[in-house]
Design a protein around this ligand. Structure first.
Ligand SMILES: NC(=O)c1ccc[n+]([C@@H]2O[C@H](COP(=O)([O-])OP(=O)(O)OC[C@H]3O[C@@H](n4cnc5c(N)ncnc54)[C@H](O)[C@@H]3O)[C@@H](O)[C@H]2O)c1
Length: 347
């Protein structure tokens, strides 16, 4: 089965969807739609037979179109996704799923009722590195998660419609959602933000997340850093994974180094303080990872979910879980950085 696809949005990210859709055998790109038709034409160039349009109605009324991929600003996602689902089209939508949990819930249930695929492009979940991290965590290879520390800072475009939390933290939050064991999830957040350039929105943010197993995670996102750092540390009771996404020669390092503790009962009272903690220094393993572009895997997953009538790996529910954390984080900012439960109540 070949899937007729229309892509909406030919700005910064849309052209990547165009390129990877054209490289996916199960997909036939029919349309590229943008309010700015010249932009859509320029992106398509001489590529194949896809047509440019500035009319979303034309796309939705075309019976050859089975699915729509949306790469427009977050505030427009809700209306565009809803219209597509109502027209009977499967949807791949960029992160964040919508601009609020309430909107996301409506879309998730509409997709479910209609029997249509609604997939969120949580791109990083399709990188070989994150897939290996998920395997290492979920098979117990690193033991229990004790802490997570994620830094994603760079000189980034100050977005006109969202702050840095809603622009960049969806990456970290979708990764956490993807790799954490199924019974471990955030229960509360606290967020602190800064806007030192007077942009009118947060340009840097520090987000703490308390996890249901007692572990603490931290996410640092920033548009103003002259150096690019994309490093996440997953600290486990047996091993620690360090993921440096800027280092293609060794993106992942698995350290058999850490802190061991002895059960308190095993020691006499006066020995306890010194002997409870010991440091372990073992080997570091750099696993060989396949080089595969994540967006090609996103396209493959979207088309497989449609063909097999199954939920995609990053479905609307995954998008909703990310939104729930983002909304609680924004609430925490409004509350001056207070620890806030995921239902928005300060604790
Ligand atoms: N997955 C990733 O790694 C990743 C990376 C960057 C951006 N994104 C996401 O992609 C989306 C788009 O971001 P961008 O940086 O490409 O934005 P952008 O502003 O560069 O481009 C958006 C395009 O959408 C068009 N557009 C807006 N409303 C439209 C409508 N109603 N109908 C048709 N066209 C419309 C605009 O004319 C523009 O060309 C955002 O949700 C963003 O978060 C994802």
């Amino acid at each position: 089965m070949t899937i007729g696809l229309a892509i909406v949005g030919a700005g910064y990210w849309g052209p990547n969807l165009v390129r990877t859709a054209l490289a996916t055998p199960a997909i036939r790109l029919d349309w590229l739609c943008d309010l700015d038709i010249q932009r859509a034409r320029a992106v398509l160039g001489a590529h194949g037979t896809a047509r440019a349009t500035d009319s979303y109605d034309t796309v939705l009324n075309d019976p050859a179109v089975d699915a729509v991929a949306i790469a427009t600003p977050a505030a427009s996602h809700f209306d565009l996704v809803r219209s597509a689902l109502e027209a009977g089209k499967h949807v791949l939508v960029e992160k964040p799923l919508t601009a609020s949990v309430a909107e996301g819930e409506k879309l998730a249930s509409l997709a479910q009722r209609s029997g249509l695929v609604l997939m969120c492009d949580h791109t990083y979940c399709y990188t070989p590195a994150v897939q290996r991290i998920r395997e290492l965590i979920r098979t117990g290879a690193i033991g229990d998660i004790q802490f997570i520390d994620s830094v994603r800072i760079n000189l980034g475009l100050v977005q006109p419609d969202v702050d840095v939390l809603w622009d960049l933290a969806p990456h970290d939050l979708s990764i956490l959602d993807f790799v954490l064991p199924e019974d471990v999830a955030p229960v509360a957040v606290a967020a602190h933000v800064g806007d030192p350039i007077g942009a009118g929105r947060a340009c840097l943010a520090y987000l703490s997340l308390w996890l249901s197993n007692g572990a603490l995670a931290h996410v640092h996102v920033n548009w103003l850093s002259p150096t690019k750092i994309r490093t996440t540390v997953f600290g486990g009771s047996r091993r620690t994974i360090v993921w440096d996404d800027t280092n293609p020669a060794g993106r992942l390092a698995i350290h058999d180094r850490g802190v061991d503790t002895l059960p308190a009962g095993a020691l006499a009272r006066d020995e306890r303080r010194q002997a409870l903690i010991s440091y372990r220094t073992g080997d570091t393993l750099i696993p060989a990872l396949p080089e595969r572009e994540a967006l090609l895997s996103v396209m493959a997953e979207f088309s497989a979910a449609i063909s097999n009538r199954r939920p995609p790996l990053t479905d609307a529910r995954a998008g909703l879980r990310v939104l729930t954390v983002l909304e609680a984080a924004s609430r925490s900012v409004d509350l001056g950085g207070a620890r806030t439960a995921l239902n928005g109540v300060a604790e």
